[in-house]
Write a protein that binds this ligand. Structure first.
Ligand SMILES: Nc1ncnc2c1ncn2[C@@H]1O[C@H](COP(=O)(O)OP(=O)(O)O)[C@@H](O)[C@H]1O
Ligand SMILES: [Mg+2]
Length: 443
């Protein structure tokens, strides 16, 4: 668990609080008990001293001699568990409790000194060992109960914190998913804690706005592309008609030819934009309109179509179909993807350099590999060729195009739950691998 995680911090806070409380409770209990015991000890030893002094005064007045009186009092009326020492006015010890009873060292004695008539005095002492034993027993008892309590508390606080924060983790996972899937599902669960509900309502509002903006943007570019289609067709038609006129002066012909080329390029761009939009909306909709498509047939049709447009060099083309390769998909979109792969392969190779298409099935997916013997793609460019409008340096300098072919392929692949990757071909040039799942993923 990272030290910055909320679970870690909250349970650390709880455990610190628990430790502080337990230590404070134990210290207070020990302090109160030790104080009570010390007060009782003081009371006992002072009472004993007072009694010893009274007895000594009485004996002295009866016997007249300090030594005799002291010996008599110590033998007859000394308090239990206490030691009595009697000193004369010169400070000489005149009598003491029998040496047979083992006295603890001075540090473990609680002594009270009382003065007697004539300058003599007596010292009454009791052992403090009993009190110390009681306090240390209490200390160990508290420690032994606190340790397991702390362990149980630590585990419980982790579990509790995790549980309390579970709605937050769920929300995070759902927001993550919401950004991956185009379709937006409500995040708010009314039974969640109030703070989480506030957060998820805010997220819902934000996501709804984002989706609305995305849709508006998609609709706009789609509408714009649609609107451009007809004028561009008219423009191309008119230019071709004009060019067909044999009376056209050569200086005008050259300009019109260039205009016609540009009109065709613009039509291609508009068509590409429309395909892109369709691929995007296909990925956000359930693949309900997907039908079984045989990749082998599709490649054959696309090659035939490109051959008509003179975009294929038959002498250099090799197609290796392994067998019937069915994938569920949208045939128009898949054809657009294959068309782009094949035109690129022929566009970026010179006559005599091979282009090979391999169609295969296996491991739950259908695969089309298009590779060529051209100059290939530098590793630095490979990361960017799928970005819209990116074109390699050589392409910009010498080949026509708009840089939308590969983005279309990528989006078509993703819309089908598949993927497209680029690598280096054994033929020397680029190798594109389009993989499509053979079965629709279970939603
Ligand atoms: N088969 C290929 N061989 C070499 N470079 C390629 C190949 N296919 C794509 N590229 C590079 O990727 C870039 C993007 O391709 P694409 O999106 O189809 O745009 P366009 O074909 O319009 O240039 C190309 O400009 C080119 O630099
Ligand atoms: Mg292209």
């Amino acid at each position: 668990m990272s030290s910055r995680s909320l679970v870690f911090r909250l349970s650390l806070l709880q455990q610190t609080t628990a430790v502080v409380l337990i230590v404070a409770f134990a210290a207070l209990a020990i302090w109160i008990s030790a104080g009570t015991l010390a007060r009782q000890e003081t009371r006992y030893v002072s009472d004993a001293a007072r009694r010893v002094a009274a007895n000594l005064e009485r004996e002295i007045s009866e016997e007249g001699d300090l030594a005799h009186a002291a010996t008599a009092v110590i033998e007859e009326s000394a308090p239990p568990d206490a030691w009595v020492d009697v000193f004369d006015a010169q400070g000489r010890l005149v009598a003491a409790t029998a040496t047979g009873t083992r006295r603890p060292p001075g540090g473990e004695l609680h002594e009270v000194r009382v003065g007697l008539s004539g300058g003599a005095w007596a010292v009454v002492s009791v052992s403090t060992r009993l009190r110390h034993t009681a306090v240390s027993a209490l200390f160990w008892a508290l420690l032994l109960t606190a340790l397991p309590l702390l362990v149980v508390g630590a585990v419980a606080s982790q579990v509790l914190t995790r549980r309390t924060l579970a709605p937050l983790s769920r929300l995070t996972a759902e927001v993550d998913r919401a950004t991956v899937q185009a379709a937006h599902r409500e995040l708010t669960v009314p039974t969640d804690p109030a703070e989480i509900v506030t957060l998820s309502v805010a997220f819902d509002r934000l996501l709804a706005q984002v989706h609305q903006m995305l849709r508006a943007e998609q609709n706009f570019s789609q509408d714009a592309a649609h609107e451009l289609r007809t004028p561009l067709t008219v423009l191309s038609g008119e230019l071709e008609m004009a060019l067909a006129d044999p009376a056209l002066p050569p200086r005008h012909r050259h300009g019109l030819e260039r205009a016609a080329e540009q009109a065709v390029a613009m039509s291609d761009l508009v068509e590409a934009l429309l395909v892109l939009r369709r691929a995007d909306s296909a990925s956000s909709e359930a693949p309900a309109d997907f039908v079984p498509v045989d990749l082998r047939d599709l490649v054959r049709d696309v090659v035939a179509e490109l051959r008509k447009r003179e975009l294929v060099r038959d002498a250099d083309l090799e197609v290796i179909p392994v067998g019937k390769t069915l994938v569920p998909g949208n045939a128009t979109l898949l054809a657009a993807a294959l068309r782009n792969l094949l035109t690129n392969a022929f566009k970026f190779t010179d006559p005599g350099q091979p282009v090979r298409v391999t169609i295969s099935a296996g491991a739950g997916q259908g695969t089309v590999v298009v590779e060529d013997g051209g100059s290939g793609i530098s590793p630095a460019d490979r990361e960017r060729i799928f970005d819209p409008f990116f074109r390699g340096g050589e392409a910009r300098a010498a080949r026509d195009g708009v840089g939308l072919g590969l983005p279309i392929i990528l989006r078509v692949a993703r819309a089908h739950g598949g993927e497209v990757t680029v690598s280096e071909s054994g033929l020397g040039g680029a190798r594109f691998e389009l993989r499509l799942p053979a079965h629709p993923p279970i939603a």
